[in-house]
Design a protein around this ligand. Structure first.
Ligand SMILES: Nc1ncnc2c1ncn2[C@@H]1O[C@H](COP(=O)(O)OP(=O)(O)OP(=O)(O)O)[C@@H](O)[C@H]1O
Ligand SMILES: [Mg+2]
Length: 343
């Protein structure tokens, strides 16, 4: 390779956006224009040495099934970093997995929940080693950009992002968050609700992953006339051995109803805080729902009924945040409003 070619290679810009979700971590490569990584936010550690044994899908297999010497954990809880050191190891493991060790120092956009504290932000700036620049963008802003909405105009838009650990609700105009609220009720809460419901009603203890499967299959935000059913397996606490039951959509509705309404009410609270001019924009533009939790059947209908505002489901609920983070690199005005650290 000649010297000029080498220099050109060094000038190659790498920009990646990272959605550090409680449930899933996604990495979007702006130059490749695609999501290059999508894995569960789970790490398996050697208990004695603290060394990472596996990350992502491989580590998730181990959750709740590990021998004494291995610890499988989720380093992000309720949308924030619970264990910085493990999060850093996990991130760098993922980045290494897709780019190898030779990644030219990238500029990185980290998407964070709306209400992360300055201490948590600082921790995040330090979480990616070897980055040239690190930007932090609120998930609400990223989610709405990633849902294909232009927030650079003086026109109000609203997003409800229901993730695994938190629901972020925001009203935006001219690239800025005008009103917002983040609550720790989201997809994982529905799983917990289902575990509790089945335990109380049937004395059957089911695992988190079984609960998530039930939620994805039967989770509904509106009661059905002809509810579907499915079989769930777990541990019968009365006889102390494995057992199974048949459960219906309407029972799952009952299980998650309270949490659904907490999200609905938080959305109403944000709407109430909205300045009148923007409220009229939102009536015209509607509310965009995104995040994996918004995939509960009929959730858009429930929110629409309760808020009396049109509600749309994003085209890509599971990647809207990471896509929006990637698109943010192209919006210079927006970039100036973001917190940034240059290394
Ligand atoms: N089809 C589905 N129906 C219902 N829930 C779903 C569906 N698909 C995914 N989910 C749930 O969505 C949640 C994950 O969503 P998402 O990937 O947006 O979260 P996250 O970004 O990792 O979390 P957070 O934003 O809170 O940090 C999980 O609770 C998952 O069970
Ligand atoms: Mg998210």
């Amino acid at each position: 390779m000649n010297f000029t070619k080498f220099l050109n290679m060094l000038r190659i810009k790498k920009s990646i956006s990272i959605d550090l979700g409680t449930a899933n971590i996604l990495i979007y490569d702006k130059q490749k224009r695609k999501v290059v990584l999508n894995e569960p936010s789970v790490v398996a550690l050697d208990k004695k040495t603290g060394k990472v044994i596996a990350v992502g899908k491989d580590a998730r297999q181990m959750l709740g099934k590990t021998p004494d010497s291995i610890l499988a954990i989720k380093p992000l809880k309720e949308g924030v970093i619970a264990d910085l050191d493990v999060t850093r190891q996990m991130l760098n493991e993922f980045i290494g997995k897709i780019y190898g060790a030779s990644l030219f120092k990238p500029e990185v956009m980290i998407c964070v929940p709306l209400e992360v504290s300055s201490v948590e932000r600082k921790a995040l700036f330090d979480a990616v080693s070897g980055a040239k620049k690190v930007y932090i963008i609120e998930e609400g802003r990223a989610a709405i950009i990633g849902s294909g909405i232009d927030i650079s105009k003086p026109n109000g838009n609203m997003v409800v992002d229901i993730g695994g650990g938190s629901t972020d609700i925001a009203i935006l105009s001219l690239n800025e968050v005008i009103a917002s609220k983040s609550i720790k009720i989201a997809g994982n809460t529905f799983d917990d609700d289902i575990v509790k419901y089945i335990k109380n009603k049937y004395s059957l203890l089911i695992g988190d992953r079984a609960a998530e499967r039930v939620k994805k299959t039967l989770g509904t935000a509106i009661k059905k006339d002809n509810p579907e059913t499915m079989e769930v397996k777990g541990l019968n606490l009365l006889i102390g051995s494995p057992d199974s039951i048949t459960i219906s959509e309407n029972e799952i509705y009952e299980a998650i109803e309270n949490s659904l309404y907490k999200i609905v009410n938080a959305t109403k609270d944000v709407l109430e805080k909205c300045p009148p001019e923007l409220a009229s924009d939102i009536l015209d533009n509607g509310i965009v729902m995104t995040g994996g939790g918004s995939l509960i059947h009929n959730f858009t209908d429930l929110l629409e009924k309760e808020t009396k505002v049109k509600v749309f489901l994003s085209d890509n609920p599971l990647d809207s945040v990471v896509l929006g983070g990637g698109l943010a690199f192209d919006n210079t005005k927006l970039l100036h409003t973001l917190q940034m650290k240059e290394n």
